[in-house]
Design a protein around this ligand. Structure first.
Ligand code: CA
Length: 230
């Protein structure tokens, strides 16, 4: 469910810094040093986003981008260019990069661009930390907290809540939730969804998190996030 960000950067110090910063923000990062490696990794990895340095040994970022566009047209590409590299930027955009950032840049700006690209492409499942108001879900540690209060959730409750938070403002049918969380396809299972939703609502309420799980009559449920996207 969690899609990584693929970082292609041959400068080790830079890459280490970026990876660390992104991981602190809750992203999962895969890092490769060359364009060849990036293309090889893309065969198996289904990343949410590509952060691509333009100046790479071997095939350069522009060429990587061109190949990515042909083979994975929906993958958002953020290119990192040299400050004076007007030519790099133009070539990058022509090759199909969605955005670029000139080095050196503030990490905050990189984050903002990544968030914007992910939002635009609706690739949401990249973060292993899901925050909504006081609610925090850590998909790696599989822990949930409401403010400072830990929420004690069963594995299914956790999966259900995470799924809801990851699909905000969408009417999700009971059957869909049942399939996603329990992995089966019987209609009778949908009653289980109701039961689990009621557990979740109760637990959230008790921990001091207002339940944002709205009932959609005749269909199922919709998660109404506390926070509007930036
Ligand atoms: Ca480089």
């Amino acid at each position: 469910m969690t899609r990584p960000i693929l970082l292609v950067e041959d400068e080790v110090a830079m890459a280490t810094l970026l990876r660390q910063g992104l991981e602190e923000e809750g992203y999962v990062v895969e890092w490769v040093l060359t364009g060849e490696e990036a293309l090889a990794r893309l065969e198996h990895l289904n990343p949410a986003l590509l952060v691509l340095d333009v100046r790479l040994p071997g095939i350069d970022g522009v060429e990587v981008c061109r190949q990515v566009r042909q083979r994975w047209p929906d993958l958002p590409v953020l290119m990192l260019t040299a400050l004076d590299g007007v030519d790099d930027r133009v070539r990058g955009l022509r090759a199909g990069a969605d955005d670029y950032l000139a080095k050196p840049f503030a990490f905050e700006e990189l984050l903002a661009r990544i968030d914007a690209l992910l939002r635009r492409s609706q690739r949401q499942a990249t973060r292993y930390l899901l925050r909504d108001g006081p609610l925090l879900l850590d998909l790696k540690a599989r822990t949930a907290t409401c403010g400072t209060q830990p929420l004690s959730l069963s594995p299914r409750e956790f999966d259900l809540l995470a799924y809801l938070v990851q699909h905000p403002r969408q009417a999700l049918s009971r059957l869909q939730l049942y399939r996603e969380i329990w992995g089966h396809n019987f209609d009778h299972g949908t009653n289980l969804v109701e039961v689990y939703i009621s557990y979740l609502r109760r637990k959230l309420q008790k921990a001091g998190c207002p339940s944002r799980i709205a009932t959609v009559w005749g269909i199922g449920y919709r998660y109404e996030p506390a926070e509007e996207p930036l």
